[in-house]
Design a protein around this ligand. Structure first.
Ligand code: GLN
Length: 248
């Protein structure tokens, strides 16, 4: 069956120079993968099937992180940040751009378990912040495993895989047949990776300060955040989407 493009999809593809001649487009493929572009906070990120297509909800994570930095580190000389499970790098790069715009000095560590995804994050970072390349490190790592032990992050941000394993089979075809399952599957309840991150925070933060995107089915009973002043933050669709942890 050939693909009937919606007007919105045609607009998007035209804007991103898709060659419509002689192409039969698979029924369920996300159009972003046809042109290797995803729009995030008005920016065009390079993406391919090694990375998730950043979702609109995730844009808010950048605002939360920026607000967090402006509130907590007003007078700090350099803000040290980690973006774990970075994928295309869209969160950390957008945050870095916001900081650069305000002349706030930063160093940001990007990591991903997928080397292919990390290479894409790097490519995007070079594209958006060519003059700030010395301010970033790219660590191929399963969460913190390959991080130098002496790092102390002011803020850790992450949009880890968090879809409950039992829900993967019922995801839309455009998601489950095209996007990397590695970036989606959060194990039992979808909290396995979130909990692994939380468990390691004290090794990499003298003061816990962390923002994580979560599934709307998650609650504080499923997340191992006792003692870290956890709070859940809703997205623009009114469901729990972010977890904030903060301990001085
Ligand atoms: N929000 C994504 C989805 O529902 C999942 C993103 C993630 O697991 N980090 O497809």
């Amino acid at each position: 069956m050939s693909r009937q493009l919606t007007p919105y999809e045609k607009n998007f593809l035209t804007r991103h120079n898709f060659d419509f001649s002689n192409t039969s487009i698979p029924t369920d493929i996300p159009i972003e993968y046809l042109v290797n572009v995803a729009e995030f906070r008005g920016l065009n990120f390079y993406i391919d099937q090694n990375t998730l297509i950043p979702r609109i909800e995730t844009e808010q994570l950048v605002d939360l992180a920026l607000e967090n930095i402006l509130t907590n580190f007003k007078n700090k000389e350099k803000i040290v940040i980690a973006d774990l499970c970075t994928g295309s790098g869209s969160i950390g790069i957008s945050l870095a751009l916001e900081l650069a715009k305000r002349n706030i000095d930063f160093h940001i560590y990007f990591s991903d378990i997928s080397k292919d995804a990390l290479d894409i994050a790097k490519k995007n970072y070079y594209n958006f912040l060519p003059k700030k390349i010395a301010n970033a490190n790219f660590i191929h790592s399963d969460l913190f495993n390959n991080f130098p032990k002496d790092l102390n992050f002011d803020l850790i941000i992450s949009n880890p895989p968090y879809v409950p394993n039992e829900r993967i089979a019922s995801l839309q075809n455009s998601v489950k047949n095209y996007e990397p399952i590695l970036a989606l599957d959060g194990g039992k309840d979808g909290t396995e990776i979130i909990n692994k991150i939380i468990l390691q925070l004290p090794k990499f933060q003298k003061k816990i300060n962390c923002l994580i995107e979560i599934d709307d089915s998650h609650n504080l009973d499923k997340i191992k955040s006792e003692g870290l002043n956890p709070s859940l933050i809703k997205d623009q669709f009114g469901v729990n989407r972010f977890l904030s942890l903060f301990l001085l």
